[in-house]
Design a protein around this ligand. Structure first.
Ligand SMILES: NC(=O)c1ccc[n+]([C@@H]2O[C@H](COP(=O)([O-])OP(=O)(O)OC[C@H]3O[C@@H](n4cnc5c(N)ncnc54)[C@H](O)[C@@H]3O)[C@@H](O)[C@H]2O)c1
Ligand SMILES: [Zn+2]
Ligand SMILES: [Zn+2]
Length: 364
């Protein structure tokens, strides 16, 4: 079928709207009419080739939509179902088998190869194949083909056009708190970077009952939003030394911290601000090969630094839970979202990069 899609043709290039041919779904695949697709920083990281996803490629990995057709072997969803598309895992490696899908040994191949795991691509322009299957969806398009396993069925009465970002950025921030760090009620958490990921962590910290929630961001509008979403304090790192300010606010250091910027010097602060025995979760993405400097004695006395992918989410379970929290008014992630038509993706991305928009959602 003919589809409209946003294509990146060269490193750092701009998104061009093109018509492509999309293959029918294979036996284990699902064709989804996209209703909304969030822009995640990771789409831009791949446009800029921090991760060398082959080009030309259709990105987009926070798709939500309606199932149009399914392959013969698909059991999980049927035409007409509402779905959120998320990351893909192999299902067969040792980590997948033990239920740690975000740490699938083939996570890169399943999500960043620009093709299906078997190397094929279902997108063509004229006689030429175009890379797609980004996170096995490439949802910056009017229609996307996903694998059954990274398709999550969601309730019909939920606001579908809002839900795409639950597939990556929002489940990442919320899951980092609710699934990975699991802070006790009453504990303290410092969140470095109040973008859509960091603010999702702030909202989740309120849900689980953290007593002290400190958001750190140089942008005043983001600090204000953090305070309105449940942060108890907000710090401007260009004015205050966050490490010292956090020690003062928590009586010696935070129990938990999250690094949501991808900046190595911020990761250092996120470790140094911890109470001894505290845990720092690393979420921000940096170019391959980026190194960070830590003080050995800063971690020797019991601090933990751990990477977190996709908030340790089991999406079929966690995404419906976040939808229910949103319905109850306890996880108001809609406050982060601004809609754009897919045809205005260039403006949506520019506004995102200027820091004016937290989470752009593109509507074909
Ligand atoms: N680990 C994962 O599974 C995963 C999943 C999704 C996104 N990510 C990554 O998470 C990161 C955050 O994503 P996002 O969409 O929220 O991005 P974003 O760009 O909206 O947020 C980053 C925030 O950091 C702030 N910042 C800049 N300098 C700072 C400093 N010195 N101290 C504190 N804050 C500072 C910025 O003002 C911005 O608000 C990105 O690197 C993204 O690629 C990781
Ligand atoms: Zn695996
Ligand atoms: Zn993402």
């Amino acid at each position: 079928m003919r589809v409209q899609a946003a294509l990146i043709e060269e490193k750092g290039g701009s998104f061009g709207i093109v018509e492509l041919e999309l293959e029918e779904p294979r036996a284990d695949e699902v064709l989804v009419r996209i209703v909304g697709a969030g822009v995640c920083h990771t789409d831009l990281v791949c446009r800029d080739q921090y991760f060398p996803v082959p080009l030309p490629c259709v990105f987009g990995h926070e798709g939500a939509g309606v199932v149009e057709r399914v392959g013969a072997d698909v059991r999980k969803v049927a035409p007409g179902d509402h779905v959120v598309l998320t990351f893909k895992t192999c299902g067969n490696c040792v980590n997948c088998k033990k239920g740690a899908g975000p740490y699938c040994l083939d996570l890169y191949g399943q999500n960043f190869s620009g093709a299906r795991p078997d190397g094929s691509t279902g997108l063509t322009r004229g006689d030429h194949h175009v890379h797609g299957h980004f996170f096995q969806q490439s949802s910056f398009a009017s229609y996307a083909v996903a694998h059954e396993s990274n398709t999550v069925k969601v309730p019909r009465d939920a606001p579908l056009e809002l839900l795409g970002p639950l597939g990556c950025g929002i489940q990442t921030g919320a899951g980092a708190v609710m699934n990975s760090l699991r802070p006790n009620a009453g504990s303290s958490l410092a969140v470095f970077g109040a973008g859509s990921v960091g603010l999702s962590a702030v909202m989740a910290a309120r849900v689980v009952g953290c007593a002290t929630i400190i958001a750190i961001d140089p942008q005043s509008s983001r600090r204000d939003l953090a305070l309105s979403l449940g942060a108890t304090h907000a710090l401007d790192p260009t004015q205050d030394d966050p490490v010292k300010a956090i020690a003062d606010l928590t009586g010696g250091g935070a129990n938990f911290s999250l690094e949501c910027t991808g900046i190595p010097s911020v990761l250092r602060q996120a470790v140094d601000c911890l109470l001894l025995t505290g845990v720092c979760g690393v979420i921000g993405v940096a170019p391959l090969g980026t190194e960070v400097k830590l003080d050995v004695n800063g971690i020797l006395f019991g601090r933990t630094v751990r990477g977190i992918i996709e908030g340790d989410s089991v999406p079929d379970i966690f995404i419906p839970q976040l939808i229910e929290l949103h319905r109850q008014g306890r996880f108001p992630f809609d406050k982060l979202i601004r809609f754009y038509p897919l045809s205005e993706i260039t403006e949506a991305v520019a506004a995102t990069e200027r820091g004016e928009v937290l989470k752009a959602v593109l509507r074909p």
